[in-house]
Design a protein around this ligand. Sequence first.
Ligand code: HEC
Length: 194
Amino acid sequence: MKQLSLTPVLLLLLGVLACQPAGDQTQTSSEPSAPTEEEVIAHGEYLVNILGCDDCHTPKMMTDQGPVPDHSRRFMGHPADSPLPEIPASVVGPNGWLLFANDLTAAVGPWGVSYSANLTPDPTGIGNWTEEQFRVSITQGKHKGLPNGRPLLPPMPWQGYSHLTDEDVHAIFTFLQQVVPIANIVPTPQPPAQ
Ligand code: HEC
C-alpha cells in the first residue's frame, strides 16, 4: 500500500524533470554576454577616477581651492620641462617631512626624489607596453612591469592595487590606451644623497 501511494509523487517528479530543459534554456539566454569594448573602457575610466590616478599622474592648475587636475595634460606624468623648486635638505629625512611638488607629480622622501610616470599611449609613456607589463607593474610594483624591473618607489600605491582583478587591470589598461597621447620623457628618480 505504501508503495502505491508513492506513484503520484514519482509522476510529479518526472513531470518536473521533463520541464527542466526549457528552464535551462531560459537561464542560458539570460547569462550576461561579454562586455563590449565601450563598456570595458567605461569601466576602466570609472576605476581610474575612483582610484585617483590623476592625483599624481596628471599635472595640476593651482586654484584658490588648491591643485585641480589639468585635463588638457591628462596622465602625462611629471612634465619634463618643469624643474622642482629647491628641496630644503634640513626638513627631508627619515624623521623629517615628505614633500610633494605643488602639482603632486613629484615627491621627495627617504627614498630620494620620485616622478610620476607618463601613462598616455605615447611611446614615451605606456604606448609600447603589453597588458602583461602593465599588470605586473601596478600589481607587483615593478618598473615597466619587467621581471627584473626595479621596485617602484613611493608614493605609487601599488600595494593597494595588488588586489585588482585581471578584469579590472584589463579595463584600466584599455581605457589608458585610448586617452590623448602626450610625448613627455619623465626624469629618472634621484637617490637620497642628491
Ligand atoms: C600617490 C601618487 C600616485 C598615485 C595615486 C598613482 N601613482 Fe602611479 N606612480 C606614482 C609615482 C611617483 C610613480 C613613479 C615611481 C618610480 O619611478 O619608481 C608611479 C609609477 C607608475 C607606473 C610605473 C611606470 C614605469 O615606468 O614603470 C604605472 C604603470 C602607474 N604608476 C600607474 C598608475 C595607475 C594606473 C594609477 C591609478 C590606478 C596610479 N599609478 C596611481 C605615483 C602615483
